[in-house]
Ligand binder design. Structure first.
Ligand code: PGA
Ligand code: ZN
Length: 432
């Protein structure tokens, strides 16, 4: 009864007002699964490519071709397959598009289809998605510790600040609900401080404040002030996490912080980040160097890997082979898991497992272009990786994911929230 009877692609719209792909998969039992493709703005060059029409309509962003792929070749190949056999379904998608970056079908077509099949299989098993994933793949479920953006920068805020995400984590919280409460206080304290200084320019793509700072460090200083204004001691219950997204302002080992009119080589970039680590309670850094700066990543990890979490996003693009390679070289100690970077559920879970196998952290992540789809709240819980990155504390495409975690926490019961456990190996873990 878990045979796929139809696959249907529909055009819907994301949080930036761009068209995107929604797929509905129906099984012969009548059960339905549905998922929507998100979209990145600061994309890695090795991630699955979203197929966009590229013509004059909708600024080239239309998804007619991707939808046609879902509704014809994909539907034909998938009808009759067993939705419970996710690997076989994803293999059928790969067989239709053997190109390395899924440029033929479009990563937007494959990810929405693959996730919709997973949803359908879970619904058929009468299980919430998180439970289906943990049972099916043999993970122990847990409610993740969020990293939540307070200021947005980089490609998400007109490049007004070079660094992309200034986030907080609340590893000292006892429950997901407590994380939300503390975040509310810090988020609005930060907004008040910036408004008072005349530096609040609006809200960035992921809901964080859009700052008009005069240096990247001013953002860090303001974040510490906001944590204090919220009645917290920085580095105690609340800590800082950054996504440098360095590929956005650096390549070939040269980095240009335009806000400070400063150009650095890889070594100087590492030293600068090292100074920030000494001055601020930072426990996690994503993409500290460019996706092409493997030597820099190795050196950064050698110097700071025992002290903070070092996450590869653009550098690893949710790819198991790249995780294995980085682990062998000694670059990074955690991977960001974005299902649409890989293009299928199976490949994304493979990447997460590769990371777990070498003792790395895994952080399930949204994209800067999102929708009401809350699959990632379930995936993070279901694979029990302990961490989830969704963006900020405003805009419903973000809050929907946090709110879903609250519902899941109630289902899973007391003790399901991992708290600071994922950061136990870091500086914070040793302080706590
Ligand atoms: P993106 O960025 O979704 O715009 O690619 C998010 C991130 O870098 O984590
Ligand atoms: Zn990133």
């Amino acid at each position: 009864m878990t045979d796929i009877s139809s696959v249907f692609g529909r055009r819907v719209w994301d949080s930036r007002g761009n068209p995107t792909v929604e797929v509905t998969v129906t099984l012969s039992s009548g059960v339905v699964g549905r998922a929507i493709a998100p979209a990145g703005a600061s994309r890695g060059t090795r991630e699955a490519i979203d197929l966009r029409d590229g013509d004059r309509a909708l600024r080239g962003m239309n998804v007619t071709k991707a939808l046609a792929n879902v509704n014809a070749p994909v539907a034909q190949a998938l009808v009759g397959l067993d939705a419970g056999q996710q690997a076989a379904v994803d293999q059928a998608l790969l067989a239709l598009d053997p190109s390395p970056l899924k440029a033929t079908l479009g990563g937007n077509a494959t990810v929405a289809t693959s996730l919709a099949v997973l949803h359908a299989a879970a619904a058929d098993a009468a299980k919430p998605l998180w439970r289906y994933v943990s049972d099916r793949y043999g993970f122990s479920p847990s409610v993740p510790l969020p990293e939540i953006q307070i200021f947005g920068g980089g490609a998400h805020a007109g490049r007004r600040v070079d660094i992309q995400d200034f986030m907080i984590m609340v590893p000292g919280a006892a429950s997901f609900d407590e994380v939300m409460e503390v975040t509310n206080e810090v988020y609005f304290a930060a907004g008040d401080i910036m408004a008072a200084k005349g530096k609040l320019a609006g809200v960035a793509d992921e809901g964080g404040w859009w700052p008009a700072f005069s240096s990247n460090e001013e953002a860090l200083e303001t974040l510490v002030m906001a944590i204090e204004k919220a009645g917290e001691k920085p580095g105690d219950r609340v800590v800082i996490s950054l996504d440098i997204a360095a590929s956005e302002f650096g390549s070939a080992g040269r980095y240009r912080l335009s806000l400070e009119d400063r150009e650095m080589d890889s070594g100087e970039m590492i030293d600068t980040l090292g100074q920030w680590l000494d001055a601020y309670p930072i426990v996690s850094i994503e993409d500290p160097l460019g996706e092409d700066d493997s030597d820099g990543m190795v050196e950064f990890t050698r110097r700071f890997g025992d002290r903070i979490q070092i996450i590869g996003d653009d550098f690893l693009v949710t790819n198991a082979a790249l995780v294995d390679d980085a682990a062998a070289k000694g670059a990074c100690n955690a991977v960001l898991m974005k299902v649409n970077q890989a293009g299928t559920v199976t490949e994304a879970i493979d990447a997460a497992r590769a990371a777990m196998d070498v003792g790395w952290g895994v952080i399930v992540s949204a994209r800067s272009g999102e929708t009401e789809d809350v699959s990632i709240s379930h995936l993070a819980t279901g694979i029990g990786c302990g961490q989830l990155k969704v963006g900020s504390f405003q805009r419903s495409e973000r809050m929907a994911k946090w709110n879903e975690c609250l519902r899941i926490q109630d289902e899973l019961g007391a003790g399901a929230f991992v708290g600071g456990a994922p950061l136990a190996k870091t500086w914070w873990g040793r302080q706590a």
